[in-house]
Each structure stands twice: as structure tokens, then as C-alpha cells.
Design a binder for this molecule. Structure first.
Ligand SMILES: [Zn+2]
Length: 561
């Protein structure tokens, strides 16, 4: 090994944990993987393409939190293991064990809410033993297929920890692969190969985990290097995130970031670790080995000059990036660098927004407010009219800066409503165009005559009108049906634009829980025998839906059971 101070993942103190499934454990995703706007907070375990696999408590402990939501983690259980101050999280579950489900139902009937975050469960209430089946694996929430999303969190800080540190059983020997690197100019007068523009270089494999670039790069001024690559797990056909990335300039270690622990409130800083605009434009993630000025991630250790390489004299150097996985399998790429003065060229810089200050621009037509700490770097922010009218637009549309610039906190976007719109505000909402030009609900509240939204994206915005209430229809049964043999009723729901904001169901006038799956547009209502035993009588189910634009839909059916 050419470099010293090389550290790999450390196992937790013990190997006393069993895996959370009782089937052959194949991973689909690992900890710290790069995802839209967040780091993957756990590992994904395959469940043989189906739901309903046993989920096991990894050690003795107690259920400390239960959540249910139509998106995100769906049905999720948190089990505290006080002996090590960790919490194991099981997400996208199909169902909970009987004893957990019964406690949840009591709570849900008491709070009368379909989205649940039950946190104050007394420690002695739902004790579990190692190996106990705590529920079944599923595909609930924003899951793209049956699997278990499993996390380990620090019980005190709630930081996500790398689960591989708790399961030496998952050790493997495949190295990461490197696909390419990018060199980016970081100041106005810096250049790569004579131009003030990011240069992308392919990685060429030379054997034994080593790669090189096809050509050296001539750099001048302050530049940063990014890398694209993936990790591989023996026995899994999937591609994974890289655990550790180190940058050396000659023999000096300039930078390292490691996926051991990610504080929940830092996860959106991912957008500053990656080349966001390149990801936006191409879908490909490049991880920077340098740190943006307003990047507050704590995954970095021992960065020299924030990983920024500065070329001022004429000399030859070599940058090396080492990638490694948790188990110490490594790959490295060497990049010959020629430091050479480049003739100055003029660059149009109209920086007006400083990341450490609030920024605001307001005209008669639009409003933009960027709170301090929202940008990762200073920027030349502008708002310009969109040259065409999106199909659903009821107002002029504007490009609020660039959709390929990341936003850490929300920015306030406002568009002035004209007198026609002001005369009838019903169903007015602010919308954004997706990259594929789809109309996406962004929000809608009024500041004077401006319709505003808090947005986590820059991009193209306009006012639209949503006067269409959500729709709902029963699936697999009709009005007046005999449902004696059934355990639940299923409905298909949809909304044309703003999305379903509230949903409630009442059986014979009594509130009853709905399980809403947003991705499938289904709502399930289970018959709860202890609330309403089978009596063969006629019953009424009434469902009330409200969308984000305030449109209401009420549907009523009768059935016999
Ligand atoms: Zn996951």
C-alpha cells in the first residue's frame, strides 16, 4: 500500500446481532448511497421479490416508535436496543406482529389519524426478544419493489450509523470500480486544459484495482476533482455506494469522506457533495473530493484546503483518488496534472447572491427570497420570464434561477396574480415544471396579491387552477355488496393535480383507519372485528377526501357484513 493512515470500517464492539431476516441475505443498496436530496440511511435487503417475509428483532429490546404514512417509509417500526444505545429501523413493512398491531390500533383509534407517528411508547410495553418476528416485510410507502429498508441509529443523537458495522456476517471481497473523474474550475480565473469549464476524463483499468486517466490534465488556479464509481458486493448483482473516498496530491492527503455516520439534519447536504448540475442534466452522480463553502457535512475528515488543488507555478504532479468499501476492498485512480499558467480570459461574473446573506428580489410580477445558508456557493441569481406558456398556466411563467442549482433550505417563490385571477381565487395554486415538463404542485399561500410557495427547488413556476376534486371508487365490490367473507375494503383514489391532502373514513358514523398507499393510489379499510363484530346488518362507509387546492370529495356506500 502506497499510502499510510488508511482506515477502513470498524466493527461495533460485538457480533451479537442476528440479521433482521431469516432468508438468504442479499443486499440491494448500502449505507450512504447517493439518492435524490439525501443519503441512503440504511441497507436494503432483498426479500425474494415478494412481500410477507419474516422480520426479526436483531437483539433483545423494545419497540420505541411506530409510524404509518402513505409515502416515505410507509409502515415502519423502531426497536431500541438499550444495551448498545442503538435503534433498529424496519421500513416499508407489510404488517406488524399481532401484539404490536393491537397496541397501534388502540393508539390510532384514540388519536383518529391515518398518518401515525407513535413515539411515546413506554419501554416495558412492547418488549421483543432476539429473533422474535416483529412483522412482515413489504413494499409500503415510497418503495419501488418488495424489500426491507433497515437502519441502525444512535439512540441518543438519532444519527444514522452504517449497519455493516453491526453485521460481520455481511463481509465480502469485491472492490469498488471507478468509471471516471471530473476536474472543475473553482474560481473565476482557474482553468482546465485552457478553458474555464469542467473536464471529464474516463477511467482506464490497468489491473489490480488500479485505474488511470487517458491523458494528463493541464490546470491553473483553484480546481477540484470529482469521481464517479460504484461499489460491488460479492453475491449481489446490484451496484452500491462507495464507503470511503480519499484524495492525495502527490503524497499529501488532501481529502477524505467516509460513510460511517450521517446526522439526519445533514442529509440534504448531499446536494453539495455531488456535482448537482451534472446529476440534474445527465442522471450521473459525481462525488466531489473538495468541499463547497457552505457544505456543513460531518462526513469529512482531515481535509487540507478543503480538498481544493491550487496550481500557480509550472510543475508536474499526480493526483490519486482511493475508493474503498467498508470491508477494506479498494480501487485507485491516478491523474497526472500539469500545473501551468493559462492566459487570462474574461468570464461574465454577476454574482449577486452570497450564501451567508439573505437574498431577495421583488418586482411587480414576481418575488424570490433565498434565506442565508440556502446556497452552497455564491451565485448569479436571476429570474426571467419563460418564453412559452405551460399548458396549465393561468399566469405568466418565470424561471426562478436554474433548476440545476441545489437549494438547501426552502426558498420563497411568488408570482403576482392579475385582476382576473384575483376576482376568483378558487383553486389557485403555484406549480413548478419538472425536468420532463410535468406540472407539479408547489404550494399556495397569499402575500398580498402574490401567490407564494416554499420550494426546495429553483426552476420554472406559474399559477395554475385546480378545481377538480379527488376521485374515488371501490375496487372488487359494489354498492350494497355482501362483504361477510371479506377482511377489508379497497378503493382506488386519484387526484388530477394538487394531490390528496386529507382523507378520513367513517363506518356508521364512527371514524375508522384508512391505509393509503400513494404510489398505487389505493386506500384500504380493514374491518376491525373488535370495533364492529360481524352482525349481517347493513352498514354505511363514508369517505371524505380533500386535495391541496381545497377541493372536497365525499363518497358513501352501503354494504352488508
Ligand atoms: Zn432503502
Amino acid at each position: 500500500m502506497a499510502f499510510s493512515n488508511h482506515s477502513f470500517g470498524q466493527y461495533a464492539d460485538s457480533s451479537k446481532y442476528i440479521l433482521p431476516v431469516d432468508i438468504n441475505t442479499i443486499l440491494v443498496a448500502n449505507f450512504g448511497e447517493l439518492r435524490p436530496n439525501h443519503f441512503h440511511g440504511g441497507i436494503d435487503i432483498k426479500t425474494e421479490h415478494v412481500t410477507g417475509k419474516n422480520l426479526l428483532a436483531i437483539a433483545d429490546g423494545y419497540v420505541s416508535r411506530i409510524r404509518k404514512s402513505p409515502a416515505g417509509y410507509g409502515n415502519v417500526i423502531y426497536i431500541t436496543h438499550p444495551q448498545d444505545n442503538i435503534v433498529a429501523v424496519y421500513a416499508h413493512m407489510l404488517s406488524f406482529s399481532k401484539k404490536i398491531d393491537s397496541v397501534l390500533l388502540d393508539y390510532q383509534l384514540q388519536v383518529k389519524s391515518n398518518t401515525i407517528d407513535y413515539t411515546d411508547i413506554p419501554p416495558q410495553f412492547l418488549h421483543v426478544e432476539q429473533g422474535e418476528i416483529i412483522g412482515l416485510s413489504g413494499n409500503s410507502g415510497s418503495s419501488t419493489g418488495p424489500h426491507l429498508h433497515f437502519e441502525i441509529r444512535d439512540a441518543i443523537s438519532e444519527h444514522a450509523l452504517n449497519p455493516l458495522a453491526f453485521f460481520p456476517q455481511l463481509s465480502e471481497s469485491s472492490r469498488p470500480r471507478i468509471f471516471g473523474i471530473a476536474i472543475t474550475p473553482l474560481t473565476e480565473n482557474s482553468s482546465i486544459n485552457g478553458a474555464h469549464k469542467t473536464v471529464f476524463l474516463k477511467a482506464i483499468y490497468t489491473g489490480n484495482g488500479s485505474y488511470k486517466t487517458s491523458i494528463p490534465a493541464t490546470v491553473y488556479g483553484a480546481v477540484g476533482i470529482s469521481i464517479t464509481g460504484r461499489d460491488y458486493f460479492t453475491g449481489s448483482p446490484h451496484r452500491f455506494g462507495i464507503y470511503s473516498t480519499e484524495l492525495y496530491l502527490d503524497s499529501i492527503k488532501m481529502h477524505q469522506h467516509t460513510m460511517d455516520e450521517i446526522p439526519f439534519h445533514e442529509t440534504r447536504f448531499l446536494n453539495s457533495l455531488i456535482d448537482y448540475s451534472h446529476k440534474y442534466n445527465t442522471g450521473i452522480y459525481y462525488e466531489k473530493t473538495y468541499i463547497d463553502p457552505n457544505n456543513r457535512l460531518s462526513i469529512y475528515n482531515n481535509s487540507v484546503n478543503n480538498g481544493i488543488i491550487i496550481s500557480k507555478d509550472s510543475s508536474r504532479h499526480r493526483a490519486t483518488i482511493i475508493t474503498s468499501d467498508f470491508h477494506g476492498n479498494t480501487s485507485e485512480i491516478t491523474i497526472p496534472l500539469i500545473f501551468e499558467k493559462c492566459d487570462t480570459f474574461s468570464i461574465d461574473t454577476t454574482i449577486n447572491a452570497l450564501y451567508w446573506e439573505d437574498f431577495q428580489t421583488k418586482t411587480d410580477e414576481y418575488y424570490l427570497f433565498i434565506p442565508k445558508g440556502t446556497l452552497y456557493c455564491n451565485a448569479a441569481v436571476k429570474v426571467v420570464p419563460l418564453p412559452y406558456k405551460p399548458s396549465r398556466a393561468e399566469s405568466k411563467a418565470y424561471s426562478f434561477h436554474n433548476a440545476n442549482t441545489p437549494v438547501h433550505k426552502t426558498v420563497t417563490i411568488g408570482i403576482k396574480a392579475d385582476s382576473t385571477l384575483l376576482a376568483n381565487k378558487d383553486g389557485l395554486i403555484l406549480c413548478r415544471l419538472s425536468k420532463g415538463k410535468r406540472t407539479i404542485y408547489a404550494g399556495g399561500y397569499w402575500i398580498g396579491d402574490f401567490l407564494c410557495a416554499e420550494s426546495k427547488y429553483f426552476g420554472d413556476f406559474f399559477i395554475a387552477r385546480d378545481n377538480t376534486p379527488p376521485s374515488i371508487r371501490p375496487l372488487y365490490f359494489r354498492n350494497n355488496a355482501n362483504l361477510r367473507g371479506r377482511t377489508s375494503m379497497r378503493f382506488r383514489v386519484a387526484d388530477n393535480l394538487s394531490g390528496i391532502a386529507q382523507y378520513n373514513a367513517f363506518i356508521d358514523g364512527k371514524w375508522t383507519p384508512i391505509t393509503y398507499d400513494k404510489k398505487y393510489g389505493t386506500m384500504d379499510i380493514e374491518f376491525i372485528d373488535r370495533v364492529q363484530p360481524i352482525d349481517g346488518n347493513k352498514h354505511t362507509i363514508r369517505i371524505v377526501l380533500l386535495d391541496n387546492a381545497g377541493n372536497r370529495k365525499e363518497s358513501q356506500l352501503t354494504y352488508y357484513r
